[in-house]
Design a protein around this ligand. Structure first.
Ligand SMILES: Nc1nc2c(ncn2[C@@H]2O[C@H](COP(=O)(O)OP(=O)(O)OP(=O)(O)O)[C@@H](O)[C@H]2O)c(=O)[nH]1
Ligand SMILES: [Mg+2]
Length: 201
């Protein structure tokens, strides 16, 4: 699939403000600074349509980007931002939980994981919560340009070990680098596959 057009649509601070269009939608979530906004730019072949930063906590709202006039990519604020206040964390929780559980056109959420880190409790908790809520997700390891293949294989293995006790089937896992555009084709092909499996009703 070619991405021929991409545009920012809207920023929302709660699910009720999200675009009413019933187009297929894919969301990106993960720890602050893991590379959600960078990955969205990479998928859309844009340099800085989604705003990125070296500092965590850049994306604060639910951001919809329309692609090929037909589907949405959604950039979400990250979790685990150490300097966020308690009330900010609570607000984040309400906004994200509302969005993920109520947005019926959301087909798959991609949970992004920094490939350099061993499985962290905060990511495991989030993945388990997705499982409990029966929300479909896939995992995306980011920043693979920063690791040797063998090192990344180790992190991936550790994740598989962590998950295999709780899941009969392991979630899909993608390896990406927004810097080097690694993994773009596989991810875009997967989006296309998911949309074909969910024709508009
Ligand atoms: N080397 C490398 N750096 C990356 C990659 N992806 C993102 N980065 C860098 O990581 C930092 C954070 O990227 P963002 O895309 O803003 O991260 P985010 O997950 O959207 O962060 P928040 O919006 O704060 O939650 C930036 O400095 C990016 O340039 C990658 O694949 N490789
Ligand atoms: Mg961001």
């Amino acid at each position: 699939m070619n991405v021929t057009r991409s545009e920012f649509v809207t920023s929302s601070s709660e699910v009720s403000q999200c675009p009413p269009a019933r187009l297929p939608e894919f969301a990106f979530i993960g720890r602050s600074n893991v590379g959600k906004s960078s990955l969205i730019n990479m998928l859309m072949n844009r340099k800085d349509l989604a705003h990125t930063s070296t500092q965590p906590g850049k994306t604060q709202t639910i951001n919809h980007y329309k692609v090929n006039n037909a589907w949405f990519l959604v950039d979400l604020p990250g979790y685990g931002y150490a300097r966020a206040s308690r009330s900010a964390r609570q607000q984040w929780g309400e906004m994200i939980e509302g969005y993920l559980t109520q947005r019926t056109q959301l087909l798959i959420t991609f949970v992004l994981i920094d490939c350099r880190l061993e499985p962290q409790p905060i990511d495991l908790d989030f993945v388990h919560w997705m499982g409990e809520q029966q929300l479909p997700f896939a995992m995306v390891f980011t920043k693979v340009d920063k690791l040797k293949q063998t090192e990344f294989a180790r992190t991936r293995k550790l994740w598989e070990e962590e998950l295999k006790d709780d899941w009969e089937e392991l979630p899909l896992m993608f390896a990406t680098s927004a810097e080097k555009k690694t993994g773009r084709d596989k991810l875009v092909d997967y989006l296309e596959h998911v949309m074909k499996a969910h024709p508009p009703s």
